[in-house]
Design a protein around this ligand. Structure first.
Ligand code: BYC
Length: 340
């Protein structure tokens, strides 16, 4: 259900034209390319603000993938069977891989990996609010896969069509892997719902905790979203925060019904006039508190990330020494060939 390509409206084509008015020839050319839905590649001319905005979004996305390994990593040693452990290990490794593709995509825009990582470690850069909540039970691993990865796919499928080539291409592979993640999560929740009453209760309790934070993943309402207008005009954002959130609610409600679970929102109700589910208000105070560093696990997540980075220092040193040795060997082999 999450993997199918979304019917994406061409926001860029609709919005780029007005911005071309009064633009320099270089900007007008850039906007015309966006309107034609051409991919912008690293060597192409691009407005400085476009480059900066992409570095902001892509690096925060990379940080989210890497920090996102922590809540689930917490359960690798406690997975209930060898099969579940293998699947979870593979999923967490995938998230690390997504972080690496995304840091590489940001580097194509001239960003330095060290600067990006420093920004995360110093608390300057954001990462997704969702990873600042604790994983208290095994059911949380299922809920993260089902809801959190489900929300991530909803947001990321349109990014496969984003105007910046390296980001769009990275997203294609990421979405394929996220689709497996979503299914494994759904499978965990389904197994719990088909199990004992206590197991089903564990699933329900987990969904009660994760539902609202998952809806917050899509970001502030469109009316409060600082970047949506410009990001849409540049073809980075194809669907707005509120529209993605609504699509997510619409596909998830029937899934919860299939599982026999209740979503914790008394105002959740099908609205035949709109052709969508209505849902209750989001607690934006909680959202901004968590985004600004005061969520249940913000401090723990950053400490763990910094610790993991420091612990991996010897690997980076060894890899650099190995690359240096290979480079020196290649130079001496080339000079032997020239001499011969
Ligand atoms: N959490 O103007 P807005 C995953 C910030 S990884 C924190 O709407 P924009 C997974 C926003 O950055 C999923 N901050 O921004 C991994 C901005 O602040 P700055 C991660 C948030 O960029 C492992 C300010 O609020 N996905 O799923 O137009 C295991 C104003 O917002 C959040 C991505 O990163 C938030 N939830 O739209 C399992 C996708 N929401 O930057 C799963 C790529 C908003 O001005 N990113 N903010 O300081 C995007 O699509 C967009 O950046 C967003 C926000 C929709 C997130």
């Amino acid at each position: 259900m999450y993997t199918q390509a979304l019917d994406v409206p061409d926001i860029a084509a609709q919005q780029a034209a007005p911005h071309a008015h009064g633009a320099s020839p270089a900007e007008a050319n850039f906007l015309a390319r966006i309107a034609r839905d051409e991919k912008i590649e690293p060597q192409d001319e691009m407005p400085e603000d476009y480059r900066k905005s992409l570095i902001r979004q892509i690096s925060q996305h990379a940080h989210s993938e890497v920090v996102g390994m922590l809540p689930e990593g917490n359960w690798i040693t406690r997975a209930p069977s060898l099969k579940r452990k293998e699947i979870l290990l593979a999923k967490v490794q995938d998230e690390g891989g997504h972080g690496l593709y995304l840091y590489s995509a940001a580097e194509t825009l001239g960003a330095s990996r060290d600067d990006l990582v420093d920004a995360l470690h110093s608390g300057k850069a954001k990462y997704s609010s969702i990873f600042n909540y604790p994983t208290d039970s095994w059911a949380d691993i299922g809920t993260i896969g089902w809801l959190v990865d489900g929300a991530a796919i909803m947001n990321q499928v349109p990014l496969c069509r984003c105007s910046y080539g390296p980001y769009a291409r990275a997203m294609i592979r990421v979405c394929k892997e996220e689709s497996f993640h979503q299914r494994q999560g759904f499978d965990i929740v389904r197994a719990l719902c088909e199990g004992t009453a206590a197991q089903k209760q564990m699933a329900q309790e987990s969904v009660n905790r994760w539902w609202w934070p998952t809806l917050m993943m899509f970001g502030p309402h469109d009316s409060d979203s600082e970047h949506t207008g410009q990001a849409s005009a540049w073809g980075i954002k194809r669907i707005s925060n509120d529209d993605l959130r609504q699509r997510f609610v619409d596909v998830t409600v029937p899934q919860a019904a299939f599982l026999g679970l209740t979503l914790p929102d008394a105002l959740l109700k099908w609205n035949a006039d709109r052709g969508h589910y209505d849902f209750g208000p989001i607690d934006w105070n909680e959202f901004w508190r968590v985004v600004k560093g005061d969520g249940p696990c913000n401090a723990e997540r950053l400490n763990d990330r910094v610790q993991a980075f420091d612990d991996g220092g010897w690997v980076r040193e060894a890899a650099a020494a190995h690359a240096d040795k290979r480079a020196r060997r290649a130079v001496s082999a080339a000079s032997v060939r020239i001499a011969a």
